[in-house]
Structures are given as structure tokens and as C-alpha cells.
Design a protein around this ligand. Structure first.
Ligand code: NAP
Length: 337
């Protein structure tokens, strides 16, 4: 019998139309710390290790380097294009009329692909911040969420599906009030919503909202993003890998706490997209969802460990007159204006 590689063992999840997506992927945001070539090397190794889902974005500034890796891997017969599931995202400065198409065209050219599998609206407003900016940076053109503006962006995403340039479209950094406003207006529904999800920030309401509507949650910062940009570090932030509940389960399984975060994520039902440029770390991150699952009791302990501690607060996207980062997340159940 042919020996199975890790890629064959990774569970697949079903999207709303029956199409499939791997239950874990690799993140590609170098977080202002890792260079495009370091991330590209990790993707090269990741494909060989068995990753098939790669979470890319125009604003990560490395799609050109990743594209070379995807092209080589396909040409060398290491993987077939249809076995890969590549996502990318339109950045906030490309929401205007016609710009989404241009952004997608550039990503396709850089990634050296004919189509992407899932195309996200990275943030639900056109508020732009420069790469490497600090936490106090504000853009005077920033403005609150607008249903009309968002739908203008979404219509362009729908057009990309019609044109065959993307298979699925998705949203990222959404809230329930924003989804309530836009979902009824979508001609093509989002297949997935990318959101911050890790043990100390489980977003149970948003998670359940998506699952109950057949929208796949994709969890970013699955291990609490210890290397996130300085602008996203705040006093009092929880460190997932040091949470006593996580450490205790890690000890019981004799694994690193990072792997507890990933096992929990995959078993709960979100798709974690861990980032690592280190080996054997990234292979371990992938492999852990194929073996030695957490028990029901451990899953229950993890559920109770939630601290509602958002790490990516997004304050750099605030508009003039906003009170604080909480305004981005519609904390009182209505869209903050
Ligand atoms: N849609 C959005 O707005 C959005 C926002 C943020 C992120 N994302 C996506 O989500 C991906 C993942 O998020 P993230 O990179 O911020 O956070 P993360 O995956 O939670 O954390 C990555 C960091 O964790 C450490 N790590 C990884 N594997 C480990 C292991 N096995 N043991 C110990 N430490 C380990 C590494 O730190 P060291 O480098 O220090 O070793 C690595 O840089 C991103 O790459 C990006 O694709 C999307």
C-alpha cells in the first residue's frame, strides 16, 4: 500500500457548495519581522511538508516571492495547482471603483496563478495605514464603516467570481452587526470569514453566527501571534501559549503549548493559519492536527479559558472623532458611526 504523506492526512472541510478546503493552512504575514524571502522559503518547505492552504494578502508585500515558489512547485510536479488552496486579500487602499479588479490582477500576476481559490476583503473599510507604521499612526482620510461603500467593494468581488478569476469570496475583520447589514445584499455569499481566533479570544458569538449560516471561520493569530508588529502589542495582553489551561494540556500530551492552540482550533471547527518560518516548527504545526486529539474534557477546559482578549485591535484604522479601538468592533451590538 502507498504510504500516506501528511497532506493526505489533513482533514478537509466543506464549503457551502460542497467544495473543499484543508482544515489548517500556513499564514504568510511576516509581521514586519521576517523578509519576503524568509516567508517564501517557509512556503517552499511548507508545500513539501504537506501544507496545501496558504493565506496570502497583497499588503503582506511578498506575493511576488511566493508566486515563484508556487510556480516552481507546480512545474516540478510536487503539487498540482488544483491541490493547492490559495487565498489573497484586497488591501484597504484598493476598495474604489475598478480598484478591486486591479488588485486581484496584480495578486494573480505576482502569485503566478490563473485564479485564486478565495479572495477576501481584508478590512471592511477603505482606511489605510502604511506598512511598518507605529500604533499611534492615523490616516486623516479614515472614515467609519459604510454599508454602501462596502457593497461597492463586494460587488467587485462578485464580478471576480463571474469572470472566473476567483472561486470563492470572503470577508475579514467583520462583526455581527456589519454582517447583518451586508449579508442580505450579497448576490454571492461569503464562503469564509477570516477573524482573530485563539484560546484567549474565542469570539463565540461571531463564530456561531458564521457556522450556523454555512460560512467557514478561518482563525488568524491562532497561537496568539507572539511576533506581531509592535503597534499591535498592548499592556495587559494575554499570551496564549502561557495560559495555565493551555500549558496544563500541553504537559498532559507532552507537546508544545502552540500545538494545543492548533489542535483546539481545528477540533472546534475553525481553520487555523499558523505562521512560522522555522523548521521543524511549521511541519509540527501541520502534523499536530492529524494525531493525538484533545479529549472532550480538554476541549471544555479550553472553552472556559476564553478571556475575550482581542490582540489585533486595529486602532491605526480609526477615523477622526472615534473614541477608541472598540469603535471598530461594534461592541454595543450596532454599527458604530
Ligand atoms: N485577516 C487579517 O486581518 C489577518 C491579521 C493577522 C494575521 N493574519 C494571517 O494569520 C496568519 C497567522 O497569524 P500570526 O502570524 O499573526 O500569528 P500566529 O500564527 O499565532 O503566530 C506566529 C508566531 O508564533 C510562533 N510560533 C509558530 N509556531 C510555533 C510553535 N510550534 N512553537 C512555538 N512558537 C511558534 C512564531 O514566533 P517566532 O517567529 O517568534 O518564532 C511565529 O512567528 C498570518 O501569517 C496571516 O496570514 C490575517
Amino acid at each position: 500500500m502507498e504510504k500516506k504523506g501528511i497532506a493526505d492526512l489533513v482533514p478537509m472541510k466543506k464549503l457551502y457548495d460542497g467544495g473543499t478546503i484543508p482544515a489548517i493552512g500556513m499564514g504568510t504575514f511576516g509581521s514586519d519581522h521576517y523578509t519576503p524571502s524568509q516567508v517564501a522559503e517557509a512556503v517552499r518547505g511548507g508545500i513539501r511538508a504537506g501544507y496545501r492552504l496558504f493565506d496570502c494578502a497583497a499588503c503582506y508585500g511578498n506575493e511576488d516571492q511566493l508566486g515563484q515558489v508556487f510556480e516552481e512547485a507546480i512545474q516540478e510536479g510536487i503539487v498540482k495547482r488544483e491541490e493547492l488552496f490559495i487565498t489573497t486579500k484586497v488591501w484597504n487602499d484598493m476598495h474604489g471603483k475598478g480598484d478591486v479588479l486591479l488588485s486581484c490582477a496584480k495578486s494573480l500576476r505576482d502569485l503566478r496563478l490563473d485564479y485564486v481559490d478565495l479572495f477576501f476583503v481584508h478590512w471592511p473599510f477603505p482606511n489605510y495605514h502604511a506598512p511598518f507604521c507605529d500604533g499611534g499612526s492615523r490616516n486623516p482620510d479614515s472614515r467609519p464603516f459604510s454599508v454602501e461603500e462596502f457593497m461597492g467593494t463586494w460587488r467587485q468581488c462578485e464580478r471576480l467570481v463571474d469572470m472566473g478569476l476567483v472561486r470563492y469570496i470572503g470577508m475579514s475583520n467583520m462583526t455581527i452587526p456589519k454582517l447583518e447589514a451586508v449579508l442580505p445584499l450579497c448576490q454571492i455569499r461569503p464562503a469564509a470569514i477570516e477573524m482573530e481566533l485563539h484560546p484567549c479570544f474565542q469570539q463565540p458569538e461571531l463564530f456561531d453566527y458564521c457556522v450556523s449560516r454555512g460560512i467557514q471561520p478561518i482563525g488568524y493569530c491562532p497561537m496568539g501571534s507572539p511576533s506581531r508588529p509592535e503597534r499591535d502589542k498592548a499592556e495587559g495582553d494575554c499570551s496564549d501559549m502561557e495560559m495555565p489551561e493551555v500549558v496544563k494540556i500541553a504537559e498532559a500530551h507532552r507537546i508544545h503549548p502552540a500545538l494545543v492552540c492548533l489542535k483546539w482550533a481545528a477540533q472546534r471547527g475553525q481553520i487555523p493559519i499558523p505562521f512560522s518560518v522555522k523548521e521543524p516548527q511549521y511541519t509540527g504545526n501541520l502534523k499536530c492536527v492529524t494525531e493525538d486529539p484533545l479529549t472532550e474534557e480538554e476541549m471544555e477546559q479550553m472553552k472556559k479559558a476564553d478571556r475575550n482578549n482581542r490582540l489585533i485591535k486595529g486602532q491605526v484604522f480609526l477615523w477622526e472623532g472615534a473614541r477608541g479601538w472598540e469603535d471598530l468592533w461594534d461592541m454595543d451590538g450596532t454599527i458604530t458611526k
